[in-house]
Structure formats: structure tokens, C-alpha cells
Design a protein around this ligand. Structure first.
Ligand code: NAD
Length: 374
């Protein structure tokens, strides 16, 4: 059941192509700040209500990051484990062609579950506009404007900067501060890389196989080599091997969830020892638990503030910038807005997520007004 409110969703468009069997939809949540930005989820069970929620998150993420984008998300119903690559590209091409009336004017696509660089190349080609999606391969260019792949470490770079700002707020030196990372994939490994390079001490890292813990510190370089060679962080030595689910409660000052949703929950939040949590993953902690942690003196930098590096990178691609433009812009935007969130939190004595939401809502409302939409 779709819930409508004062912000949207403005449009939900269903598309079907009898020739290929493509069955998809787009949710355009809010376009006050610009065309709706959001990935294409291609799974057998992708649902409109799921994408409505994800599109709303994009509305707030783009607003808190001061990007001229609204929030969107789209879905193509297909079993990516059963179809071959040719069929997958055929469905993407049919979807892109069907969206021509609204894309890129009202919706700009990106990769999500089940879609990646190759699908973005197919999408842009079929849609006919280079601006119709981001996350295209590097060699897909229109003039000087080329694709910027999503896997450059841009989200981890943003998480790293949000961590530095939060540590400064807490008057803690990054040098020697202990930290743990849940998930050693794209987001977690880059956040760990940048923090260790700055002198922070990595004491625990988890992946799907388990968690490695060493209070004396873990070498990022050696850990990366072990992960690459053996497939898991748990083969790193020396260290104690724990369960993946132990990562959120190990002894450390900073905890960075960068894997799954809901890793700190009603049953383990009281055991959390970290004093700072920077959310790299989406919804790693339910909001009521975040509030409990806040009351317990734990600073939680919300997901849509800390993990916006990816969408900032998308924006650079959208405006025809280069990879060199990505990292400075992420740093500038994440630093500025994390600081603003922390200042608002302090001034109004409210949890950081509430502060971030107030700022994002205010920006969307202001844009609505200046667009004469209200
Ligand atoms: P990824 O697939 O590259 O890495 C995920 C990591 O999590 C892997 O190391 C995997 O082994 C580990 N993992 C899986 N199950 C685990 C478990 N039970 N316990 C601990 N670790 C486990 O994914 P990613 O791109 O790094 O994304 C991680 C999270 O960040 C996701 O929630 C994603 O939605 C969010 N996110 C990613 C981006 C991005 O640009 N990649 C942007 C915003 C948010």
C-alpha cells in the first residue's frame, strides 16, 4: 500500500513491453530540487511500496547533500539468476525506451541491486541521452563527459570525512582512535583505508564469514591482501575470530556499520561500547534504537548524511565532470553538512537524525516555494 503525504510520491509510472515481457515501474517521489535520482532495482520480487520508501530516502539524501536532484527509484521485475545476459540487456533497453517521456527530464537512473555499469551503458544507449543515467563505464563518453563507475570508493571517502567531523565535534584526535568496521566491501574497506592512513587504529572487521578482532591493531594492507587471497577477513593473523554479529559490540571508540541493515537492534544496543557510530550502510540501526543510543551518549551520524558519497559522484558524472572532481566535492559537501547537522543537534538539543531531517525538509519546502508549487 503506497502512503502519500505532502512531499509525494509525485508520480508512479508502470511500464510494460509485450514484445520482451519487460515489466517495470518508476517512483518519482519529489522533484522540488531537480529530477528524481535513484537506482534501478532488478529482482524477481521488487515492489512499488519498497521503492516508494527508497525513493523518499533519496529525496532526503539529495537535499541534505545540497544536490539539484529529487528522490526516485525504479524496479524491473525479473529473476536475474535465471535470465542470461542478453535477456537482461534486452529488458533494460526496453525499460529505457519506455521511460523516454520522463527520463532524463524527471528521472535519472543509476545502478542498484541487479544492475551495474553494463546495464547503465545499455540504458543510456536505448534512452538516447547520456544524462539518462549515471554509473556508466569510464569509456562511455559523450564529448568530454564520460561515465564514472560506482566502485571508486566514493562512499567510503564520504564516510571517512563524516567520521573526522564527528570526532572533531567530540574533541577526539583521530590519531590512535580505535575503530571497528562491519563489512569489508566497497564502503567498509575504503572507510577503513582512509581512517588507518590518517592514524586511526583498526581493531575489528567483519564480513559474511565472521569478525576478526585484535585490540593491538589490524594492518589494513595485510588485511586487504588476506581478504583478496582467502575470501575472508577471518583468516587475518594475529587476532581473535568472532561471529559477524559480534562486530557492533566489540571494544572500540568508533563503529562503522557498512554491510547489512538492522545490525544494532533491541537485543544488542545496550552492549554497544562505541561512542561514535557513522552509518555507512543503509538503515543499520532502526530509528527508535538510534534515539536510545543518543540518550546513552552515543553520537550516531545518520546513513543519509554519511553515505551520500555515491550520489555526489553520480552528480559529477551527470554534469559532465571527471573522476578528479569527485573526491573534493564529496569532501566539501559531507564536511559542510555533517557539521551543520551536529550544530543543529547541539543548538536544538535533538538527536542527529532529527536535526538532519529538519534541514532536509526545510530545503525541499524552500524549493517548493520558490518553484511556486505551494
Ligand atoms: P559490498 O557488497 O561491496 O560489501 C558488503 C560487505 O558486507 C562484504 O564484505 C560482505 O562480506 C559483508 N557482509 C555480508 N553479510 C555480512 C554480515 N552478516 N556481517 C558482516 N558483514 C557482512 O557492499 P557495499 O557497496 O560496500 O555496501 C554496503 C552497505 O552500504 C549496503 O547497506 C549498501 O546499501 C550501503 N551503501 C552503499 C553505497 C555504495 O556506493 N556502494 C552507497 C550508499 C549506501
Amino acid at each position: 500500500m503506497v502512503k502519500y503525504d505532502e512531499f509525494g510520491p509525485e508520480k508512479i509510472l508502470s511500464v510494460y513491453d509485450p514484445k520482451t515481457g519487460m515489466n517495470g515501474f518508476v517512483v518519482i517521489d519529489n522533484t522540488a530540487l531537480g529530477p528524481a535520482k535513484g537506482g534501478i532495482r532488478m529482482t524477481i520480487d521488487v515492489r512499488v511500496d519498497e521503492c516508494v520508501k527508497l525513493a523518499r530516502v533519496m529525496t532526503w539524501k539529495c537535499a541534505i547533500t545540497e544536490l539539484p536532484f529529487g528522490g526516485g527509484k525504479s524496479g524491473i521485475v525479473a529473476d536475474t539468476h535465471k535470465i542470461d545476459d542478453a535477456k537482461k540487456q534486452e529488458l533494460i533497453a526496453a525499460f529505457a525506451a519506455a521511460l523516454k517521456p520522463i527520463c532524463p527530464s524527471l528521472y535519472v537512473a543509476a545502478p542498484d541491486i541487479g544492475t551495474a555499469e553494463k546495464e547503465m551503458e545499455t540504458f543510456a544507449k536505448s534512452n538516447g541521452s547520456h544524462k539518462s543515467c549515471t554509473g556508466k563505464p569510464k569509456n562511455v563518453c559523450e564529448g568530454a563527459a564520460c561515465g564514472i563507475p560506482h566502485e571508486l570508493g566514493s562512499t567510503g571517502w564520504g564516510v571517512y570525512h563524516a567520521t573526522l567531523v564527528a570526532l572533531e565535534h567530540q574533541k577526539r584526535d583521530v590519531k590512535g582512535v580505535t575503530f571497528a568496521v562491519d563489512g569489508f566491501g566497497n564502503v567498509g574497506s575504503f572507510a577503513a583505508k582512509y581512517l588507518t592512513e590518517k592514524g586511526a587504529k583498526l581493531v575489528a572487521v567483519s564480513d559474511s564469514k565472521g569478525c576478526i578482532y585484535n585490540s593491538d591493531g589490524i594492518s589494513f594492507k595485510e588485511l586487504s591482501a588476506v581478504k583478496k587471497k582467502t575470501g575472508s577477513v577471518i583468516n587475518y593473523k594475529p587476532g581473535n575470530v568472532l561471529k559477524s554479529s559480534d562486530a557492533p559490540t566489540v571494544a572500540c571508540y568508533v563503529f562503522i556499520p557498512a554491510a547489512k541493515a538492522d545490525v544494532i537492534h533491541a537485543k544488542n544496543w545496550k552492549d554497544v561500547k562505541a561512542k561514535l557510530i557513522v552509518e555507512g550502510a543503509n538503515i543499520p540501526i532502526m530509528h527508535d534504537i538510534e534515539v536510545k543510543l543518543h540518550k546513552n551518549g552515543v553520537l550516531v551520524i545518520p546513513d543519509f548524511v554519511a553515505n551520500a558519497g555515491g550520489v555526489i559522484s553520480s552528480y559529477v558524472e551527470y554534469i559532465g565532470g571527471s573522476e578528479d572532481d569527485v573526491f573534493p566535492l564529496i569532501e566539501k559537501k559531507i564536511v559542510r553538512n555533517t557539521q551543520l547537522v551536529l550544530d543543529t543537534m547541539t543548538k536544538k538539543n535533538i538527536p542527529p537524525r532529527d536535526a538532519a531531517m529538519q534541514i532536509a525538509i526545510e530545503r525541499v519546502k524552500k524549493a517548493e516555494k520558490s518553484n511556486n508549487r505551494r
